[in-house]
Design a protein around this ligand. Structure first.
Ligand code: ADP
Ligand code: MG
Ligand code: ZN
Length: 557
């Protein structure tokens, strides 16, 4: 609770320092929580207005608010912006001279600064002034960086747990645009703020049209796409530095103004490309995921994923950079199993391998979806929607559905009988009455649902269960060995006889696939057309044999 006197100051302060007349949806509640001395976790989409949630309280609290941010390159801009609004702010990083840093330390002790931005690696410069006397609040921006379950893990973020121990009375506010449930829990745990109040904004960005296409001949697809969207600003995300450069030069050859951006360029090159993009001098950037974090450009009209992102959080954050002005925008993702294999190789041997593989699987399932894509994205972030969005390729061109209520009931009761402890594979084995060692050893051949789905093939079960996940009837607990678990929606199926619609699995015989590789490109293209109509996302690339692509089971092995 905050006093009525402080409450009365909120709007005038917003108006005076930021020039706005009213708060956006959750900003006021968040600010009240911070001012009352409690910890907060804020999940709000990019462009939602997270900064004000700690900048405004900083002005009303007595002392300095430390803002921990990984974006050293942008700190200066942010601080300049605050200073221009009459807010005393500074940043600390290794680029400053000792004398400059000492002045900042003195100003903190003299209570002359309201906000100090600092990268986690540079916190040690401030160690003499970090105490409850000087510090009024600690904001941790881009908080997903703390979790190796998130998509942008930074080891330097992992030491931040000391802040709560050292300053137990000082409120912490952690903010990010992307964190699924597992990552949220991890953030709270690591920052020692398990009691923090969570403010989770809707992730729905209705104005962004979603589309997934197979990646065959994607460079020409990209050129076509750009030609259909003249004079629009867009970002093409690629997996490798090399690809960004190849595509940029290919586009240039086709008379399209585009530049490559990646971490291999030096600081000056990167800043000037960012600037050209922001001021519409270079409308199109071919970039690695290094591009975009913290870039405040409202009129990006489209985002193309030339390669598949490694997880849904990254994807959603990247497409979220389009349409920030609320006008229509497009997100086009190319789906290729070559990318899946490549991403899988990157994961091998990395930290949290198991979690990352599962997240990549979810990404792959999203691309293969036969249900509204927005529903899938939102359910991934824990937001369940009843209605289809009408603004994605699946909604516009829906597949044929069958009544899958009985199928869903069987799957959900198997998950229940398995006490929500087993991953997809075992659930299917149990449904099919498999006699493998795991099933027998764990005694699953004695539970009630064992063998109840023996009439459906393994692959079809997989197809159905993925849809149940995508529709929000089941979820995967990444931090519990990918166990399938029930959701709030499951009850409706199990106890309220809710009807579930599932798309039919598409059958493509091995025979056909073997033939196409030998046929001309023309035949290939018409086949793709057909497969696309069937909503079966397939990519056929020169370097991958066809059987690998069409036979999903091959990939799993
Ligand atoms: P985020 O950090 O969530 O990506 P920012 O804090 O950078 O977003 O804010 C995005 C934009 O929204 C900024 O231009 C900011 O000034 C603007 N903004 C924030 N709060 C409000 C508000 N209450 N009214 C109008 N504009 C706002
Ligand atoms: Mg921000
Ligand atoms: Zn939709």
């Amino acid at each position: 609770m905050i006093t009525p006197e402080v409450q009365k100051l909120l709007i005038p302060t917003l108006k005076k320092y930021f020039g706005y007349d009213s708060f956006r949806s959750q900003q006021e509640a968040i600010i009240q929580n911070v001012l009352s001395g409690s910890d907060s976790l804020v999940i709000m989409p990019t462009g939602g207005g997270k900064s004000i949630c700690f900048q405004l309280p900083a002005l009303l609290l007595n002392g300095v608010t430390l803002v921990i941010s990984p974006l050293i390159a942008l700190m200066k801009d942010q601080v300049d912006g605050l200073n221009a609004n009459g807010i005393p702010a500074a940043y600390v990083n290794s680029s400053l001279a000792d004398a400059e840093r000492n002045t900042i330390l003195e100003n903190i002790a003299d209570k002359k600064l309201k906000l100090v931005y600092v990268a986690p690696e540079s916190l040690s410069y401030l160690s003499t002034v970090i105490n409850e006397e000087n510090v009024s609040c600690i904001a941790i921006d881009e908080a997903h960086c703390i979790s190796s379950w998130g998509h942008d893990f930074r080891p330097s973020y992992q030491q931040l747990g000391f802040l709560k121990n050292q300053l137990p009375k000082i409120p912490i506010i952690a903010l990010t645009a992307t964190a699924d449930k597992a990552t949220r829990d991890d953030i709270l745990n690591q920052l020692n703020i398990s009691e923090a109040k969570q403010f989770i904004s809707s992730f729905d960005r209705k104005n962004i049209h979603l589309e997934v296409r197979p990646a065959n001949d994607r460079i020409n697809q990209v050129i076509d796409f750009i030609e259909q969207h003249p004079n629009e600003s867009g970002i093409i995300y690629c997996l490798s530095r090399k690809t960004t450069e190849q595509i940029a030069s290919k586009l240039q050859q086709n008379g399209i103004s585009a530049k490559a951006y990646h971490a291999g360029l030096n600081f000056n090159e990167r800043s000037s490309i960012q600037e050209e993009f922001i001021f519409d001098k270079t409308p199109i950037i071919c970039a690695t995921i290094a591009f975009g974090m913290g870039i405040d450009k409202s009129n990006v009209r489209w985002v193309v994923h030339y390669n598949m992102p490694k997880n849904i959080e990254g994807y959603y954050q990247e497409i979220g950079r389009s349409g920030r002005d609320g006008l229509n925008a497009k997100a086009l993702l190319f789906h290729s199993y070559a990318d899946v294999i490549q991403l899988r190789k990157f994961i091998d041997g990395s930290t949290n391998e198991e979690v990352q593989i599962a997240k990549l699987d979810r990404m792959k399932q999203f691309t293969e979806a036969t249900t509204c894509r927005r529903k899938i994205l939102l359910s991934y972030f824990g937001e369940l929607k009843e209605e289809n969005c009408g603004n994605c390729d699946v909604c516009e061109n829906p597949p044929q559905f069958i009544d899958g209520t009985i199928i869903a009931q069987k799957a959900l009761s198997a998950v229940t009988r398995l006490q929500e402890k087993e991953a997809v594979g075992i659930v299917i084995d149990v449904l099919r009455g498999a006699k493998n060692a795991t099933v027998i050893d764990r005694g699953y051949n004695h539970i009630k649902t064992y063998g109840m789905g023996a009439d459906t093939s393994w692959k079809d079960w997989q197809h159905y269960i993925i849809q149940l996940i995508n529709q929000g009837y089941l979820e995967i607990a990444f931090h519990k060995h990918n166990a399938l678990q029930l959701t709030d929606f499951s009850k409706k199926v199990l106890f309220e006889k809710e009807q579930v619609l599932l798309s039919k699995p598409v059958e493509i015989s091995r025979n056909v696939t073997d033939k196409i590789t030998k046929k001309s490109k023309k035949t290939k293209d018409s086949l793709f057309e057909l497969l696309r109509k069937l909503r079966y996302n397939i990519s056929l690339e020169e370097n991958i044999p066809a059987y690998l692509i069409f036979n999903d089971a091959t990939l799993r092995e």
